[in-house]
Ligand binder design. Sequence first.
Ligand SMILES: NC(=O)c1ccc[n+]([C@@H]2O[C@H](COP(=O)([O-])OP(=O)(O)OC[C@H]3O[C@@H](n4cnc5c(N)ncnc54)[C@H](O)[C@@H]3O)[C@@H](O)[C@H]2O)c1
Length: 272
Amino acid sequence: MQMSLESLVARGEGIVRLKGKTAIVTGAGSGIGQATALRFAEEGAAVVCADVDAGRNEAVAEEIRAGGGRAQAIKADVTSDDDVADLISGSISSLGHVDILINNAGQAVIGTAEEISGVDWDHQLDVNLKSVYRTSRAIWPHFRAQGGGVILNTASVAGLIGVPGQVSYGVSKAGVVMITKNMALDGAKECIRVNCVCPGWVPTPMVDYHLSLLDEPEAFRARLEGLHPLGLGDPMHIAAGFLFLASDEARWITGIALPIDGGLTCGLNAED
Ligand SMILES: NC(=O)c1ccc[n+]([C@@H]2O[C@H](COP(=O)([O-])OP(=O)(O)OC[C@H]3O[C@@H](n4cnc5c(N)ncnc54)[C@H](O)[C@@H]3O)[C@@H](O)[C@H]2O)c1
């Protein structure tokens, strides 16, 4: 997975689309959030990396700074009202203003309804769904005061179609799709745009961890690949979707759930 600032510049993707913008990325310490923080910084944004894992979060911010970008790390657990309040106020005071909030932090609790405990169910919805409400609510007055802003959420294909053994995860992500649409309607008159992306399976530490629990991870990985007509994706594919939706080119787009899934949700794949 090539995600360094240098590699992006080497690929000639240095058109600066977020110059002067500021962004908060939650779950920035790994995977999709890391790729998004790096890509936004490359496009000129000043980025606040937010993650519950302070070490990895700081490492990503440092990678951005080492590549000539602007970034700082703020440790935050998105299930904590206090942490989220500190994240939003700390970001505003250090950056001067915030234009873009990326609600990406998440976890996957695996299991059927019979298998998942009530505690795990509540935790899944707290991390993946209530967190979006929590951060969005905290930043809303700032967006109103400055005349607008952009909120982007990481949902999932699992929020659009059922996936065996992922009931609480799917419900949390379907909730992310719906909070996106509702907040888009509520925010439109205040120029607050709200969209989400629905990634297919992309190799990240989260996916690697779940594969490692299986008896035959390579066979399952091959099966996952077969579900995507364009093959497995990369965190940078998701970052590219976020970049477009955050940019002024998407100024007339709000309330969408954009699948970035190599064609997974088109229908049955003949390769399955
Ligand atoms: N990788 C995929 O195939 C895939 C597909 C669809 C959706 N997603 C979603 O993408 C998002 C990112 O996932 P990823 O695959 O990059 O996983 P990842 O595990 O690589 O990264 C997730 C990051 O979120 C952080 N995090 C977890 N709980 C947190 C909390 N309470 N507060 C703050 N930070 C927290 C972790 O520390 C980690 O750095 C998640 O919302 C996930 O559900 C991933």
